[in-house]
Design a protein around this ligand. Structure first.
Ligand code: PMP
Length: 289
């Protein structure tokens, strides 16, 4: 049963989420010095379960290490499960965030306070995904040799600019491509193409190594390789995937429209069963709440 007031984890304890505040000199607010994750839990026959929680924690630890932040995956795991239980959530989106707080306006993070929060919000039951139209971003993706593809807070300004630009041209979402004509990823999702029944995961060094992408590679036996924009236009189907997006069929890219996306819809249905523990295999991907 859900509490009357939504709870969040903050630095070792549950609190009313409305009661929490961060100071105006919070380092992460000024410089983006934080790292987060986007995770989901699902209602399964055995109760609520989190999908691929250790993998999300490992990626968060990598980002924290890069920032020189202390991060204990076991503690963060407990924080996630405790928050879900407190809110009584089953189908939920889970947002852990670790960040630098007080300690002055300098760029050195040493000596700044470190914080961890976890918020959870109920999500809608899977609806098979909307059919998004993608605009090719005028902005390039953060190059990996300037900003590694991890979930660092500041890195997402790049996604915000791309999304704004694509939406201003009437699209739903942006697709990053590189200067050499290769597909990178969307603002918060990885990309796959389907051609003549063959499923291909777009591989690019500037793209986040998505956990959903990895899941779909395992489930479909798809190949993973670099994909050009011409190949994308020439594909029979295109889809985006991510923890929040799940498997989302793409309706079109710029002027190019795709059809019915039958293979995408099959994969989306399979993914929906796997995350709910309804598939034969891969139950090891679920952490019981
Ligand atoms: N790319 C970016 C930029 C993202 O923010 C996300 C969402 N985490 C993804 C891809 C998909 O990753 P995942 O499947 O691990 O959620």
């Amino acid at each position: 049963t859900a509490p009357t007031r939504p709870q969040a984890w903050f630095d070792g304890a549950l609190c009313d989420i409305d009661a929490l505040q961060a100071g105006l000199t919070t380092h992460a607010m000024h410089y983006g010095s934080g790292v987060f994750e986007g995770i989901r839990s699902y209602a399964t026959a055995g109760g609520a379960a989190v999908f691929r929680l250790p993998e999300h924690m490992a990626r968060m630890r990598e980002g924290a290490a890069l920032l020189g932040m202390h991060f204990d995956p076991a503690q963060a795991t407990e924080a996630v499960l405790t928050t879900l239980r407190a809110n009584g959530h089953r189908d939920a989106y889970i947002r852990p965030l670790a960040w630098f707080g007080e300690g002055g306006f300098g760029l050195d993070v040493e000596g700044h306070t470190e914080h961890l929060m976890v918020a959870t919000t109920a999500t809608q039951v899977h609806l098979g995904g909307s059919r998004a139209r993608l605009g090719i971003s005028k902005w390039r993706r953060n190059p990996a040799d300037s900003l590694p593809p991890l979930k660092l807070c500041g890195a997402y300004v790049n996604s915000i600019l791309a999304k704004r630009e694509s939406k201003s041209r009437g699209f739903d979402e942006a697709l990053f491509t590189d200067a050499a004509g290769f597909v990178v990823e969307c603002t918060g999702a990885n990309v796959f193409i389907v051609k003549a029944g063959r499923v291909t995961a777009v591989q690019h060094r500037d793209a986040l190594p998505g956990i959903t992408r990895d899941t779909l590679l395992t489930l479909s036996g798809a190949e993973s390789r670099a994909v050009t924009v011409e190949e994308l236009y020439d594909a029979d189907e295109v889809f985006a995937c991510g923890t929040a997006a799940e498997v989302a069929p793409v309706h079109g890219v710029e002027d190019r429209s795709y059809g019915d996306n039958p293979i995408t819809r099959e994969l989306a249905a399979l993914y929906a069963r796997v995350v709910r523990g309804e598939a034969e295999h891969q139950r090891g991907w679920l952490t019981a709440v």
